[in-house]
Structures are given as structure tokens and as C-alpha cells.
Design a protein around this ligand. Structure first.
Ligand code: PMV
Length: 354
């Protein structure tokens, strides 16, 4: 019969860059101007859940994000869909009498339903989890038999940072050399068990949507900033090597110094853009001062901070005990108020102070 629906559900956590990706050398294929390194959060915390379904009764490709239907006409979704459809393979479920050939996949339409359990587009890398999850679940549905590195190259074409969310633990996105992007892929540097002392606390400074999208921000930066050239050529290659070493050795002081310096340089590059881009606000700056003071007082880094395209602080503490102290400090220095700028801390699976 033609009444069947075939579906797959997947969950993908977001990732936070500790060496940032900022700037494309190819906007269509999403090829970056430097390598980047990220940590993937534990599944279940900041993640996207996506269900994809296919049925002969569907007449159009459709997508619902957080309960609202949005247009699928954007080039990026279409690029991912096209790449996946071209790699779909035969599927058969004898019990249900479903048989889909490679050719059928070209004609069958899909429905996609996706939820984020955290603020969308507030600089918490929502697109990273979202596009990675979309590509992963569609690949499963369409019986795509490519390895993760190939899937990462497809997710990359949806959102650059998404390519790093297909793996857990520490992940490097290699910028690659090819013009067609075939070698611009993500690789896992270490799995999630490698350094599980680290505790990541996200201080949600504001859950408002960011004013400058990463796409237009990056474009402006690449076109107008002199600092970005220096960063991509002279600074990041060296930092990538040092960061890989710090991760391999679980060397927290080096890890923290590199992550903080790289976050600060990313925001300096934003300020060096015309028109200047301000992602951090006063609260973000106060959090940085607070962590810097603490680290200096202790004589070695206890906590690292990093900020993406928004004011929210991602704080990485060296162990659980330090994380507890960090929370106490945050609560003391940024007391919750009903109209507070900073109104929730996400700690693992618990959100306190909402
Ligand atoms: O993948 P995009 O277009 O959302 O860009 C992400 C850029 C940063 O989050 C600021 C840095 C990064 O490497 O994730």
C-alpha cells in the first residue's frame, strides 16, 4: 500500500569551539579560512532532537523548527538534502512491505521536525546541533552508507560548525586545501571519556536572538578586517598545534590560556570589522574580569571562558570542585533578579535560577 511512513529520530548535542572558526574562503561550500577545535557537550543537555519521515503521500519537503514550519528553500538545507539524496541506497522492510530503491529516494519527499532544548540563535551554536542532527537522521533514514567524515562534510554545507557535532569529545575541523571541499572535514581528537574531569557551565546572559548572523558577520570581517588575516595565517595554526597538545596531555593551564586568548581574539576581530560587531555585553565583560581575577589570584587557571556569536558565557572548570566554587561566585556576583540580564545557569542537566 501507499499508506506507510518511515521515520528516524536522532539527538545531537551542540559543540563549543575553543579555537574559533570565523571567516569563509568559499561561502557556497562553507570552506573556512582556518582550522578550529571544539568540545562537544554531553548528549541530553544542549541538544537538538530531530525526527525525519518519508512517505509516498508527502508531496513536498517540509520542515518544522521548534513547532513552527519554516521554509526549506534556503540554499543550505537544499545542498544537504541534495548531497544525501544522491548517496541514498536501496532500503527494504519485508515485514511492512516497504521497498525503496536508490531511484525512489530522488522522488520521495521528506518531513523534518526539529526541537532545540536551548535558545535558538543566541550564540549557543544552535545551528551546529541542528544541522548535524538533520544530516545524521536523514542519512540514517535514506540508508546512506558513508562514514562520519563524509557526513561531516555534508553537515558542513548546512552550517560550518555543524560538522564538528557529529563526534563526541574533542573535535578538529580541518580547513582542507581542495576547492571542492572534499578534505574540509571534522576528525575526533579524543573521545568524551578522555578528559571527563572538565565541567562546562553555561551562563545564559541573554536568550535574545543575536543581532548579526554569523554568515553576514563573517563576510564583513573577511572583507574589512586586517586583523583576521594575521589571525588566520600567523596565530591560529600555532594555537591549533598547542591546543591539540594540551588536550592530549590534559594540561588544563595551557588549555585555558589558549581557549581564553582565542575567544578574546575572535571578539577583537569582530571589533576590527566594519561596521564593528559587538557580540559580548557588559555582563559578558564582567564575567571575563571575574574569571581573570580568580585565575590570577590562584596563580594558575581554574576556569576557562569562551564566547561565541552572542553574550552568553561558556565556562569550563578544571574539575567538579572548581565548578561548585564557580557557581557560588556567579550567584554572588550576578544575583538573580526578576529583570536580571543573567537569569539562568545551565549546569549539566540541571538549570538553576530560572
Ligand atoms: O557555523 P556557524 O555559521 O554558526 O558559525 C559559528 C561561529 C562560532 O560559533 C562563533 C565559532 C565556532 O567555531 O563555532
Amino acid at each position: 500500500g501507499e499508506k506507510w511512513v518511515l521515520s528516524v529520530t536522532a539527538q545531537t548535542p551542540t559543540n563549543i569551539a575553543v579555537i574559533k572558526y570565523w571567516g569563509k574562503r568559499d561561502e557556497e561550500l562553507i570552506l573556512p579560512i582556518n582550522d578550529s577545535i571544539s568540545v562537544t557537550l554531553d548528549p541530553g543537555h544542549l541538544c537538538t532532537t530531530t525526527s525525519v519521515a518519508v512517505s509516498p503521500s508527502f508531496t513536498h519537503d517540509r520542515i518544522w523548527l521548534n513547532g513552527k514550519e519554516v521554509s526549506l528553500s534556503g540554499g543550505r538545507f537544499q545542498n544537504c538534502l541534495r548531497e544525501l539524496r544522491s548517496r541514498a541506497t536501496d532500503f527494504e522492510d519485508e515485514k511492512r512491505g516497504i521497498k525503496i530503491t536508490k531511484k525512489d529516494w530522488e522522488k520521495l519527499r521528506v518531513h523534518i521536525v526539529s526541537y532545540n532544548n536551548f535558545p535558538t540563535a543566541a550564540g549557543l551554536a544552535s545551528s551546529a546541533a541542528g544541522l548535524a542532527c538533520l544530516v545524521f537522521s536523514l542519512a540514517k533514514l535514506m540508508n546512506v552508507k558513508e562514514d562520519y567524515s563524509k557526513l561531516s562534510a555534508i553537515a558542513r554545507q548546512g552550517s560550518g560548525s555543524a560538522c564538528r557535532s557529529l563526534y563526541g569529545g574533542f573535535v578538529k575541523w580541518i580547513m582542507g586545501k581542495e576547492d571542492n571541499g572534499s578534505d574540509s572535514i571534522a576528525v575526533q581528537l579524543a573521545d568524551e571519556k578522555h578528559w571527563d574531569d572538565l565541567v562546562i557551565i553555561i551562563a545564559v546572559v541573554s536568550s535574545k536572538q543575536k543581532e548579526t548572523s554569523s554568515t553576514s558577520g563573517m563576510r564583513d570581517t573577511v572583507e574589512t578586517s586586517a586583523l583576521i588575516k594575521h589571525r588566520a595565517k600567523e596565530v591560529v595554526p600555532k594555537r591549533i598545534k598547542e591546543m591539540e597538545e594540551a588536550i592530549a596531555k590534559r594540561d588544563f593551564p595551557s588549555f585555558a590560556r589558549l581557549a581564553c586568548a582565542d575567544s578574546n581574539q575572535f571578539h577583537a576581530v569582530c571589533l576590527d570589522t566594519l561596521p564593528p560587531i559587538f557580540y559580548m555585553n557588559d555582563t559578558s565583560h564582567r564575567i571575563i574580569s571575574c574569571v581573570e581575577k580568580w585565575n590570577r589570584h590562584e596563580g594558575s587557571p581554574q576556569v576557562a571562558y569562551t564566547f561565541d556569536a552572542g553574550p552568553n558565557a561558556v565556562l569550563i572548570s578544571k574539575d567538579r570542585k572548581t565548578a561548585t566554587l564557580l557557581l557560588q561566585r556567579l550567584l554572588f556576583q550576578f544575583p538573580p533578579q526578576s529583570d536580571a540580564d543573567l537569569n539562568s545557569y545551565v549546569i549539566g542537566d540541571k538549570t538553576v535560577l530560572k
